[in-house]
Design a protein around this ligand. Structure first.
Ligand SMILES: [Zn+2]
Length: 352
C-alpha cells in the first residue's frame, strides 16, 4: 500500500472532526484551524496548522501533532486502527497526489527593491565557509572581489535556517513573497540545497534573486533559490545578471551569474550580461537596450553547441540580439581547449 494511494486529506478529516477552520487560509498549502486539544487558550484563534502536502497537523501552542488518522482517533476516542478504517470507509481518499497551483493564480515575487533589501540583509547575516571560499578562489577571484560580490554559504541545519528567518523578521522584514522563504507548521524558514549563494543583480546592483551553487552536483550544479508550491512560498524567475562596467558600450553575453562574475573580474571589469538559464531570454532585449550597449559579443560555453536542445536555445538568444536595432553582434571565439570564457581568461591570467 503506497502512501500516494492512501492519501487521507487532513482538511477533510479536520472538518469531520468538527474543527473550526480559518476561512482565509482555505486553499492554501497550510490551513489554519482552532486547536481541539488546548482550545488555543481562548476562542477565535487558530494555532493548529494543517499541512496539506503531508496531511499532518501541529499546534504551535500546545505541540499536539500527528496525521489524519491520529487526529480522528484522538478527537473520537478511537484506536488508530478504528480511526483509519472509519476514515477510508466514508471519507474522501484521493488516489493521486494533488497537482500544483496553476500559473494564473500563482503568487508572484515582491518588487525588486523589496527583494533586494531582504536578500542584502540576509547575506549580511551569513558567512562564507572555507570550502566555498577555496572554490571561488580557485576560479580566479580575489578575496576582495569575493567579499564585494557577497557570496555566502547556505545555513546547513534546520535550526540555523529557521534562525535566519527569525532574525530577518525581527528586523521587520516580511518574508511573504520572497523566493526561498516558506512556513513549516507556522514557522518561517528558508529552503534549498546546501551550497553557496550567488546574487543575481540588475544593472544598478540590486539583487533580483539568488542562485545556489550546490555542494551535491547530482542533478545539476546550480539552482535558483525558490520556495515554489510550498506553504507561503514564492517562485523564482531566471533573472538576468549584469556584472562589470555598466558604462561600457560592449557587453559579453554568457550563461550563469558566477561565470560572468569571474570572467568580468579577470578581464578588467568587462561588462557581462548573464542569462539565468540558456533559454531564459524573456527580457534580454530590454536589459541590453536599457544598458545602451552598441555591441554584444556572444561568449557561451563551447560545449553548448554539442547538445542540440542547448544549441537551439543559444541560437534563439542570438536571434534576439541580432534583432535589436543599433546593436552589432559577434561571436567570441577563444582557444577551444577552454570550454568557458571564465576558464579561458583564467588561463590568460595564469600566464601573465
Ligand atoms: Zn493546541
Amino acid at each position: 500500500m503506497s502512501r500516494a494511494y492512501r492519501k487521507i486529506p487532513i482538511v477533510d478529516t479536520a472538518r469531520r472532526c468538527g474543527l473550526v477552520l480559518d476561512p482565509k487560509t482555505l486553499g492554501r498549502r497550510e490551513v489554519e484551524a482552532s486547536c481541539p486539544f488546548c482550545h488555543d487558550h481562548g476562542p477565535g484563534k487558530h494555532h493548529l496548522y494543517l499541512n496539506t502536502d503531508k496531511d499532518q497537523y501541529r499546534c504551535v501552542l500546545c505541540g499536539a501533532s500527528g496525521n489524519s488518522v491520529t487526529l480522528y482517533a484522538r478527537t473520537h476516542n478511537l484506536s488508530n486502527k478504528e480511526a483509519f478504517l472509519e476514515l477510508v470507509k466514508e471519507g474522501k481518499v484521493y488516489h493521486f497526489p494533488k497537482q500544483p497551483d496553476s500559473p494564473k493564480t500563482e503568487k508572484q515575487p515582491r518588487p525588486l527593491a523589496e527583494r533586494h533589501e531582504v536578500y542584502t540583509d540576509m547575506l549580511g547575516l551569513l558567512s562564507l565557509s572555507d570550502e566555498h571560499r577555496a572554490n571561488l578562489r580557485q576560479r580566479g577571484l580575489s578575496d576582495e572581489r569575493i567579499e564585494r560580490n557577497l557570496y555566502r554559504t547556505m545555513p546547513k541545519t534546520k535550526e540555523a535556517r529557521r534562525l535566519l528567518a527569525t532574525l530577518l523578521r525581527r528586523s521587520d522584514h516580511d518574508l511573504e513573497g520572497i523566493p526561498g522563504f516558506r512556513t513549516y507548521y507556522g514557522d518561517w524558514t528558508i529552503v534549498g540545497p546546501d551550497g553557496f549563494f550567488i546574487p543575481a543583480r540588475d544593472k544598478n546592483g540590486l539583487i533580483q534573486g539568488l542562485k545556489i551553487r550546490k555542494n551535491d552536483e547530482d542533478d545539476g550544479k546550480y539552482r535558483w533559490l525558490s520556495s515554489r508550491d510550498m506553504p507561503h512560498g514564492t517562485r523564482s524567475y531566471s533573472w538576468i545578471h549584469v556584472t562589470g562596467n555598466i558604462h561600457s558600450k560592449r557587453a559579453f553575453l554568457t550563461e550563469g551569474p558566477l561565470k560572468g562574475d569571474v570572467a568580468s573580474y579577470l578581464s578588467d571589469d568587462s561588462l557581462f550580461v548573464c542569462l539565468g538559464g540558456v533559454s531564459a531570454i524573456g527580457n534580454l532585449e530590454e536589459v541590453l537596450t536599457d544598458l545602451g550597449v552598441t555591441e554584444v559579443i556572444e561568449a557561451m560555453d563551447m560545449d553548448m553547441m554539442v547538445n542540440p536542445q542547448v544549441r537551439t536555445a543559444v541560437l534563439k538568444a542570438r536571434a534576439v540580439v541580432q534583432g535589436i536595432p543599433g546593436i552589432k553582434y559577434r561571436k567570441y571565439t577563444w582557444n577551444p581547449a577552454y570550454n568557458g570564457i571564465d576558464d579561458y581568461y583564467k588561463s590568460l591570467a595564469a600566464t601573465m
